[in-house]
Design a protein around this ligand. Sequence first.
Ligand SMILES: [Zn+2]
Length: 334
Amino acid sequence: MIHSAFLINDPFGDPGVYVSIKYRRAALLFDLGDLHRLPPRQLLKIDYIFVSHTHMDHFIGFDHLLRVSLGRDRRICLYGPPNFLQNVEDKLRSYTWNLVGNYTNDFEIQVTEVHPTYSICRRYRCRNAFKPEDEERGDFDGTLVRGESFSVRAAFLDHGTPCLAFSFEENTRINIKKNVLQEMGLPTGPWLLDLKAHIMRGEPDDLPVRVWWRQGEGRTDEKMIPLGILRDKVVKITPGQKISYITDVLYSEENARRIIELARGSELIFIEASFIEEDADTAARKCHLTARQAGVLAKSAEAKRMVPFHYSPKYKGEGDILSDEAMETFRENV
Ligand SMILES: [Zn+2]
């Protein structure tokens, strides 16, 4: 696993999950509620923030993050639902920025507002007093970020207002077993990149792979080996794992279908469990899930582990009834 993920606050606190990407000093955030539990050291690693919607408990951390980031060389990319650009710009406009032109660092926020079929992106630089710049429009096909080591997808849900659910997925990794290569008398070199590309494309076992190496004086030697043999012997393939973040959603057939499709096969699913099943009417009225519904969804998505969160304050002191209800449903045999 190249990541670790945890809830920022306790399940009654503001929702939010911190995902840290090992080896890269990078991190990403799902939702931007109260962030005071995160030390600045962790806040400063955040490159990407995915905001489900801008109800206050999911967005009030924006100011805190801005405060910690001012005067630093960094860029943060934010993603959010329709009207997100306006929400961010209103926040930025509520401060006075007359002296930032003198700053020597470059702090930049890149904000992408996501619509069901397209997205709009604007840039805000501290040195330019956070005025909107460089608007770009693009298509939205479900994927927000396609990175070197991971990607992030989003689904549109109904919470009385559009609300985004997210899934973070590591890319499949292919590692070369150097010792085996040596035992087989094969060299390292650029041919290994081609080998990885063949494997990623799922090409057939009998495809001849050209193994080549330099023999001094501009001469190269080569040997053809079937892909199947190389795939079996010299590589270790680690499939990427998936983490999903689902919150603030009405339980409906359409929402359930979208959640299951997005979160299918997650190693870990963070999912709101705001009310007990007995209070299902209240949950529906407030466009939230019950703990039982959370369990059903996590189970239907075939998630391996579930973390329920975003408990209604109504159950303060008895969080166990929510987590028990969610967990029992999740583990039930159907
Ligand atoms: Zn909420």
